[in-house]
Design a protein around this ligand. Structure first.
Ligand SMILES: Cc1ncc(COP(=O)(O)O)c(C=O)c1O
Length: 370
């Protein structure tokens, strides 16, 4: 008979022996500065790219929604109905993305599982970039479709694989890669997809500085995935596309049908954040973020700035050295990134001050990390 306690203890011991032990740390903060295990630090770990999770109008919207509709949605929307704020947010997201419709999921992770499962039916092939986010990888695993992986951003490889693919095909890529901060050639992907009649599925979770996508310029079928949890400062995900794609998701997508809807405060916060983002204030915040990124790495296309170090223990030591200077930058190691490419992942925000960024620049230089 299996002794589960022994089995679990052995699994934990193996993780520890491999030097890959992970645990969460309490970060008591409002925004970038807070107490990490009793030390005051500036965090470069979050994805609150425009600082909207702390914006007064966003906070007020979340509080008002809690008073009006309560803190939770209480059930899946097909069971309990849609709160008006869910509907309003979906309309606003569709308008922002230039699509006919959009549908909310409880997280961005679920949005990827949901859309890949619903579109990736038996007989379909999903072609996925080798550096796509874990939620896309898991979506491919859950879908009945076959999956083929193409080299990172390699349009020739993709083209060759599509040429060998019989039947319907979905090409899926992050537009900003979450551990490298590099961006996809969206126009190039669209051309290859158009040539082969493939549907292009873009995950734009981190696309605050671009690449901008105008559906009118895209020659192939297009579906767009996004999250409320990063630039929009709340929690949730969405899929934007044609009315038919959205109807199909509502009817078939298990992560939509069988999960409680995102909370009214989250939906209201995201709606308010989207209002800020699409206003002149939002333009200023985006330009402020771009300037923050360029202060650290001139010309870099996204707020995710990696410092690739190599060995896991060296990356951990670098993160510890920065923490010693009051700068919290997470080290990312396998299996999140490939062995030998452990790194620091710096995430910048418009809410970081120039001083905070300069402290980081100096520390990286003094520790010979830049
Ligand atoms: C590219 C990408 N897609 C999807 C997600 C999942 O989004 P969420 O955090 O809203 O679940 C992430 C989150 O890290 C991501 O980086």
């Amino acid at each position: 008979m299996t002794r589960w306690d022994e089995r679990i203890a052995a699994d934990l011991a193996a993780i520890e022996t491999a030097g890959r032990w992970r645990s969460t740390r309490t970060f008591d903060a409002f925004g970038q500065v807070g107490e990490l295990e009793e030390e005051t630090v500036v965090s470069f770990g979050g994805n609150d790219y425009l600082g909207l999770s702390q914006h007064p109008a966003v906070i007020d919207a979340a509080v008002a929604a809690a008073h009006r509709w309560g803190t939770g949605s209480t059930a899946a929307r097909l069971l309990v109905g849609t709160r008006p704020v869910h509907h309003d947010l979906e309309e606003a997201l569709a308008a922002w993305k230039g699509t006919e419709a959009a549908v909310l999921f409880s997280t961005g992770f679920q949005a990827n599982l949901g859309v890949l499962g619903a579109l990736g039916t038996a007989g379909t092939t999903i072609l996925s970039d080798e550096l796509n986010h874990a939620s896309i990888i898991d979506g491919c695993r859950l879908a009945a479709a076959a999956t083929r992986v193409f080299g990172h951003g390699d349009l020739n490889h993709l083209d060759a694989l599509l040429a060998q693919t019989p039947g319907p095909a979905i090409v899926v890529t992050d537009t900003v890669f979450s551990m490298d901060g590099d961006i996809a050639d969206v126009g190039g992907f669209a051309s290859v997809c158009a040539r082969h009649g493939a549907l292009l599925l873009l995950d734009e979770a981190h696309a605050v500085l671009g690449p901008d996508v105008d559906p009118d310029d895209i020659e192939c079928d297009l579906v767009r995935v996004g999250t409320l949890s990063k630039t929009l400062g709340a929690l949730g995900g969405f899929v934007a596309g044609s009315r038919d794609v959205v109807d199909l998701l509502v009817n078939r997508s298990r992560p939509f049908i069988f999960t409680t809807a995102s909370t009214p405060p989250d939906a209201a916060a995201a709606l308010a954040a989207l209002g800020v983002l699409r206003s002149p204030e939002g333009d200023r915040l985006v330009e402020r973020l771009r300037a923050a990124v360029y202060r650290l790495r001139s010309g870099h296309p996204s707020p995710i700035v990696p410092v690739v170090i190599g060995a896991e223990e060296d990356a951990m030591a670098a993160a510890a050295a920065l923490l010693g200077r009051g700068l919290y930058v997470p080290a990312v190691r396998p299996p999140t990134v490939a062995a030998g490419s452990s790194r620091l992942r710096i995430a910048l925000s418009a809410a970081h001050t120039d001083d905070q960024i300069d402290q980081l620049v100096v520390a990286l230089r003094e520790l010979a990390l830049s």
